[in-house]
Design a protein around this ligand. Structure first.
Ligand code: RFL
Ligand code: PHB
Length: 390
């Protein structure tokens, strides 16, 4: 017996957007999430949306609050040597813009939309296990405290993030993992202060810094920090001192400081797991790949995967299975583009513990080159704002 057509593991942005798009096409689905709803909503993560993500959310009928409350960005600013500030305007170069709109808000919008359509989302589903993936009768078992339950389905969408279980069900002889771990993390804070009105990345001899925003009274700032640091080592005063030191005077003088309302240290890594399909299991989002946040790509890639996967499933139920056949290859082309770009941005903007004088000069030369070349700026702009979907 089939309980649903698509079992979706994970109610993060990837899983909930997939459920939304499938429901709109009349394709029955159930979402299984191991955490509580409030836990998922409390995670502070991404903030910058590519133009294609903004369009995808609008087309899905999820754009109203984003358009009302989000902040349109058309410029990527990069500071280095404590003085030079390069501004790359994506609208002038490409006619496209980005949007500052927090992942927390997107998650709220997705849950509100799910409530409105009566979507089946099971929270606190423990011990999720996938069965008979390579057969035409896959199923998922889970436990919500009332004993083990089984959900039969036609397809499983593994949208359960980097620490999820779906990826591990692809046999070792089929799966290849590509990894790069960076020797530092990002210490991020949220503060209820007016943000710097621009998106600013800074390369400084004391390390990377980033100024971003959530809304006119909510700022998001990050500084590069050793992974061995503990949150308790970073008082608010220390954070602000470090941030201001790493910015050029022209920008640090504009920063409004105040108490932090959230503080966290995130490691940086690149990871790709191939293929993104095994039998009737399809991976999407962080379940298949993660990137360091420097290129602002993680959430955007999750949205792109879900866009491809939803279109392929909709075509399948209309009688055309080619999209499902091509899904892994199509998604991975975009993934590797974003992985390369995020690695490049990370390498360009951070201080590495083992950086030699040679590395340092090469990094400065690359920044000078980008600053002096309209072509290099166009390459940066088109990747940052997001390449067209294939
Ligand atoms: P998520 O958000 O991790 O959601 C996966 C969900 O699956 C659940 N889960 C399970 N459920 C059932 N059974 C299991 N066994 C399960 N295991 C896990 C989890 O509880 C969770 O609810 O993955 P998804 O949906 O693929 O979304 C990916 C994005 O969250 C992520 O890529 C971004 O947040 C990355 N990211 C950024 N992306 C951008 O596009 N732009 C940015 O500006 C940006 N900034 C960032 C970021 C990530 C950061 N951190 C903290 C990692 C900044 C930071 C600091
Ligand atoms: C954020 O606003 O949280 C943010 C912005 C740009 C990034 C990463 C994170 O590259």
């Amino acid at each position: 017996m089939t309980d649903t057509r698509v079992a979706i593991i994970g109610a993060g942005p990837a899983g909930m957007l997939l459920s939304h798009l499938l429901d709109r096409a009349g394709i029955d689905n159930v979402v299984l999430e191991q955490q509580s709803r409030s836990y998922v909503l409390g995670r502070i993560r991404a903030g910058v949306l590519e133009s294609g993500t903004v369009e995808t959310l609008r087309e899905a009928g999820l754009g109203n609050r984003m358009d009302a409350e989000g902040h349109v960005h058309d410029t990527i600013n990069i500071a280095w040597r404590g003085e030079d500030v390069l501004s790359v305007n994506t609208f002038e170069l490409l006619g496209k813009t980005m949007m500052a709109y927090g992942q927390t808000r997107i998650q709220e919008d997705l849950y509100t939309a799910a409530d409105e359509r009566g979507a089946r989302v099971v929270f606190q589903a423990q011990d999720v296990q996938l069965h008979d993936i390579a057969s035409d009768h896959p199923s998922v078992t889970f436990d919500t405290g009332a004993g083990s339950e089984r959900l039969s389905c036609e397809f499983i969408a593994g949208c359960d993030g980097f620490h999820g279980v779906s990826r591990t069900h692809i046999p070792d002889h089929v799966r290849t993992d590509y990894d790069k771990v960076y020797p530092f993390g990002w210490l991020g804070i949220l503060s209820e202060t007016p943000p710097l009105p621009i998106l600013l990345y800074a390369n400084h001899e004391r390390g990377f810094a980033l100024c971003s925003m959530r809304n006119p009274m909510l700022s998001r700032y990050y500084v590069q920090a050793p992974l061995t640091d503990r949150i308790e080592d970073w008082s608010d005063d220390r954070f602000w001192d470090e941030l201001l030191t790493r910015l050029p005077e022209s920008q640090s003088s504009r920063i409004v400081t105040g108490p932090s309302i959230e503080k966290s240290l995130a490691p940086l890594r690149s990871h790709v797991s191939e293929p993104m399909r095994w039998g009737n299991l399809f991976l999407a989002g962080d379940a298949a790949h993660i990137v360091p946040p420097t290129g602002a790509k993680g959430l955007n890639l999750a949205v792109a995967d879900v866009r491809y996967l939803s279109q392929a499933l909709i075509a399948h139920y209309a009688g055309d299975g080619t999209g499902l056949e091509d899904y892994s290859a199509t998604a991975l082309r975009r993934v590797w583009g974003a992985v390369r770009f995020s690695w490049w941005m990370t390498t360009l903007l951070h201080r590495f513990p083992d950086q030699t004088a040679f590395d340092q000069r090469a990094q400065e030369q690359e920044l000078s080159y980008v600053a002096s070349s309209a072509h290099a700026q166009a390459a940066l702009a088109e990747q940052y704002v997001g390449l067209p979907y294939s």
